[in-house]
Write a protein that binds this ligand. Structure first.
Ligand code: 5GP
Length: 217
C-alpha cells in the first residue's frame, strides 16, 4: 500500500469536538477531542478488507495483537467474511491471538514483551500470516514481533495497522496496510487504552491532561 493511499489525519482536517458525537459521560472530562469518529473507522476498514482480499492468493492466518488490536481485528475479519460470501475471489481464514505489552501511562517502557507459546509458533510454518495491530508508534514492537515470527518460517507475513503515528521517533517501519496516519499525540478508544481505560469508547480520541492524571498508573 502506497503512503498516498493512507488517510492523513491532521488537526486541521479532522476537527471534531466532543459535542459533535455521543461519548460515554464517564469520559467527558478525560478527552480533549474526537480524532476519528467510529463511522469513519468502519468505512475505512471495509476498504482495507477489500485490499487484503484482492492481494491474497490462499488461506490466511489472521493474528490479532492483543489487547489493543481486538476491535480492529473483529471488524476487519467481519468485513473479509462478508466479501467471502460474494461471488468473487474468497479467502479461507484461520484466527490466532498474540499478546504484546510495551506501554505504561502514555510512555513506551522500551521493553517489548511478546507472549506466544512455542507450540503455537510451530503451527505458522509455511502459512500466510496477516498480523493485525492497532497502532504503530516507534515501530519497535512490530520489528521485534516480526523477527520472532520469522524464526518459525511462515510462507509470508503482512501487517495491517489501523493507525500509524507520525512521530520523529519512528524507526522507519511501515506496515503493508495502514488505515490512518495520525498526529503524534496519545490516542485512546476503539480498544486502544490508557492503563486499561477507554477500551469502552467507540471513537478514536485524544486524551486530555485531566484523563492522564485521573487514570495514571
Ligand atoms: P511502538 O512499539 O510502535 O512504539 O508501540 C506500539 C504499541 O504501543 C501499540 O501496539 C500500542 O499498544 C502502544 N501505543 C503506542 N502509541 C499509542 C497511543 O497513542 N495510544 C495507545 N493507546 N497506545 C499506543
Amino acid at each position: 500500500m502506497n503512503p498516498a493511499d493512507w488517510i492523513d489525519v491532521t488537526p486541521e482536517s479532522f476537527k471534531y469536538s466532543l459535542d459533535h458525537f455521543v461519548i460515554p459521560p464517564h469520559y467527558t472530562e478525560d478527552l480533549e477531542s474526537i480524532l476519528i469518529p467510529h463511522g469513519i473507522i468502519m468505512d475505512r476498514i471495509e476498504r482495507l478488507a477489500k485490499l487484503i482480499v484482492d492481494d491474497s492468493d490462499g488461506p490466511l492466518v489472521v493474528c490479532c495483537v492483543l489487547k489493543g488490536g481486538h476491535q480492529f481485528f473483529a471488524d476487519l475479519v467481519n468485513c473479509i467474511k462478508k466479501l467471502n460470501t460474494g461471488l468473487g475471489h474468497s479467502v479461507p481464514l484461520h484466527l490466532d491471538f498474540i499478546k504484546v505489552k510495551s506501554y505504561t501511562n502514555d510512555q513506551s517502557t522500551g521493553e517489548v514483551r511478546v507472549s506466544l507459546s512455542e507450540t503455537e509458533l510451530k503451527d505458522i510454518k509455511g502459512k500466510n500470516l496477516l498480523i493485525v495491530e492497532d497502532i504503530i508508534d516507534t515501530g519497535r514492537t512490530m520489528v521485534k514481533l516480526l523477527s520472532k515470527l520469522r524464526e518459525f518460517d511462515p510462507k509470508s507475513v503482512r501487517v495491517a495497522s489501523l493507525l500509524l503515528k507520525k512521530t520523529p521517533l519512528s524507526n522507519g517501519y511501515i506496515p503493508d496496510y495502514v488505515g490512518f496516519a495520525v498526529p503524534d499525540s496519545f490516542v485512546v478508544g476503539y480498544a486502544l487504552d490508557y492503563n486499561e481505560y477507554f477500551r469502552d469508547l467507540d471513537h478514536i480520541c485524544v486524551i486530555s491532561d485531566h484523563g492522564k492524571k485521573a487514570y495514571a498508573a
